[in-house]
Design a protein around this ligand. Structure first.
Ligand code: NAD
Length: 521
């Protein structure tokens, strides 16, 4: 295969940004450019304040985007203070962010399409079919500008047989030019994106079964081979790969719904759902992961991918299959509503005049991704009961963003500034002060380890070791990959969960991108 020298990733979102950063980081010889039509997003990716928070991302980004030709600093990262001038790794920047979409596509050996593919909200298939507007628009631009022989990769999660549509679009615009289309779905999870990208369970590459298709798959595999052992790279057929991504998310969501259904039975019978989960998880055929009962799954992917599978099943006239998967979503909504109802019941069936605190607004820990967060529906239900205050605190989200989003989703009337009950706090203790009930809606370690939340000087040994273990694991990944290269995370984001309760460090006041300047301290 011809060596890959230039990759263009279209879509600078939760997938495109971190994926491109990790690929660039591990392949200094490849120029990786991320393009997006959203100028603000690109500006932020080029600033000290990237638009998304993921543990470890700052270090990867800084190295690949800015190079490492600056003077090293004295680090305490490894537990001891040391100068590392001699170990300083020199490398040139090879990761770029720009809005110059056509130009970058025209220069790329591989074009990755990583734009959003949400659920359709209007027209035929509204509420379940995938909205392919963004994907289709990008495909047309790629078809017009890609250089002959370029490999076109579907990174977005797309309906089965989309590769055929991409191939047809390419043929329509450039009838005499050969292009190979690959499916390479992304399995990263928000909150652990960098870790998942650095140490993937598997990398799935779907290609056509022709020699040219296999050559294209090998070229893409060579990009991943620099950081992932080849047995983890699975090459299959195009449509299987597209479908596998939908099925993976649907099966993960199904496990959560399954254990949540059992939680309802446990609460009614006196059995303990965690004990049941431990007992069944010991069977390797079931496995212990993803069996934590709670308020249900959120995030931009699980629900939309199940809905896409439901739509596919219905369009194939398989209503039984569609009903089966739709029930996973119904059970998820049941789990979330059951939680809100229980809170109201515990407070004597009235929230009037009461203060409730919602800890965690993101859909899961260690991310600022709030899409489809269960917290939103819970807040909506609480507000309807007429409380005095609904106080919200999230350690990863910018309060101004949370306020803006709640105003958009629930109406601006609910906000305190307009006389409503919803207040977003920057201080967890103020949020909890005088509260009638504290609801933990995201499993951030700070909330789980109650010693930290209660302001205890010393967490208990078990809590301490859990916190340290989580941090250590994150750091270990970065250390392994960075070797002796000292890392200084950018301000103002901090990676250690325990640091998030400390006042946010201020960055240079002249920085135009720092949204934290508006935060009350
Ligand atoms: P996102 O909304 O965060 O980012 C998509 C980006 O695409 C946006 O910045 C948007 O401006 C850009 N875009 C849209 N139309 C464009 C156009 N015509 N030209 C240029 N840029 C355009 O989405 P995401 O969360 O990164 O998800 C992207 C895809 O990856 C989806 O298909 C999703 O299902 C899939 N996926 C997401 C995750 C996740 O955890 N978020 C995980 C695996 C797979």
């Amino acid at each position: 295969t011809t060596p890959v020298r230039n990759i263009c990733c279209v879509g600078a979102g939760y997938v495109g940004g971190p994926t491109a950063a990790v690929i660039a980081y591990n392949n200094p010889h490849i120029q990786v450019t991320v393009v997006d039509k959203d100028e603000t997003r690109i500006r932020r990716w080029n600033s000290r304040h990237p638009p998304i928070y993921e543990p470890g991302l700052q270090d990867i980004l800084r190295t690949a985007r800015d190079g490492t030709h600056q003077r090293p600093y004295t680090s305490t990262w490894h537990g001891s203070t040391r100068e590392s001038l001699s170990n300083w790794l020199e490398r040139k920047p090879n990761l770029f962010f720009t809005t110059d979409i056509a130009q970058c596509i025209s220069e790329a050996d591989i074009v990755m399409i990583a734009v959003n593919t949400p659920t359709k909200t209007r027209g035929s298939g509204a509420g379940s079919a995938t909205d392919m507007t963004a994907f289709e628009a990008v495909t047309a631009v790629v078809a017009q500008h890609a250089r002959p022989g370029a490999i076109i990769v579907e990174k977005s999660t797309v309906p089965c047989r989309t590769a055929q549509f991409v191939q047809d679009t390419l043929l329509l615009h450039r009838p005499n030019v050969e292009f190979e289309v690959l499916s390479n779905p992304e399995f990263l999870a928000a909150g652990t994106a960098v870790k998942d990208l650095l140490q993937p369970d598997r990398i799935l590459i779907g290609s056509s079964p022709t020699p040219a298709g296999r050559r294209a798959a090998a070229a893409l595999a060579s990009v991943y081979a620099s950081f992932s052992p080849s047995p983890r790279i699975i090459t299959i057929n195009l449509f299987s790969s597209e479908l596998a991504k939908l099925v993976a998310n649907s099966m993960l969501a199904q496990r959560i719904s399954s254990i949540n259904s059992i939680a309802a039975v446990c609460e009614a019978t006196g059995a303990d759902v965690d004990e049941v989960a431990t007992a069944i998880g010991a069977d390797p055929r079931i496995g212990s992961k993803f069996l934590k009962a709670g308020i249900g799954f959120g995030g931009s992917c699980f629900k939309k991918d199940i809905l896409s599978l439901v739509y596919l099943a219905n369009s194939l006239r398989l209503p039984q299959v569609a009903d089966y998967w739709r029930a996973v979503i119904a059970m998820n909504e049941f789990a979330r509503d059951r939680f809100s109802s229980r809170v109201i019941r515990c407070l004597n069936n009235t929230l009037v005049g009461k203060k409730l605190t919602v800890l965690g607004y993101a859909f899961k820990k260690n991310t600022n991704d709030t899409r489809e967060s269960p917290a939103v529906d819970i807040i909506r239900t609480l507000v309807e009961e007429g409380p005095r205050e609904v106080a919200i605190f999230d350690p990863c989200c910018i309060p101004a963003h949370v306020t803006e989003e709640i105003g958009r989703l629930l109406g601006t009337d609910v906000l305190k500034e307009n006389g409503g009950p919803v207040t977003v706090y920057t201080d967890v203790y103020e949020a909890c002060d005088n509260s009638d009930a504290i609801l933990i809606t995201t499993e951030f370690d700070e909330f789980k380890n109650s010693g930290e939340l209660a302001g205890a000087e010393e967490p208990s040994p078990s809590e301490q070791s859990e916190t340290e273990y989580d941090n250590e694991e994150d750091l270990e990944d970065i250390r392994e990959i960075m070797g002796d290269h000292d890392i200084r995370p950018f301000l103002p984001y901090v990676d250690k969960p325990s640091d998030r309760f400390k006042p946010m460090p201020r960055c240079n006041d002249s920085c135009p991108d720092c949204e934290r300047h508006s935060i009350r301290r």
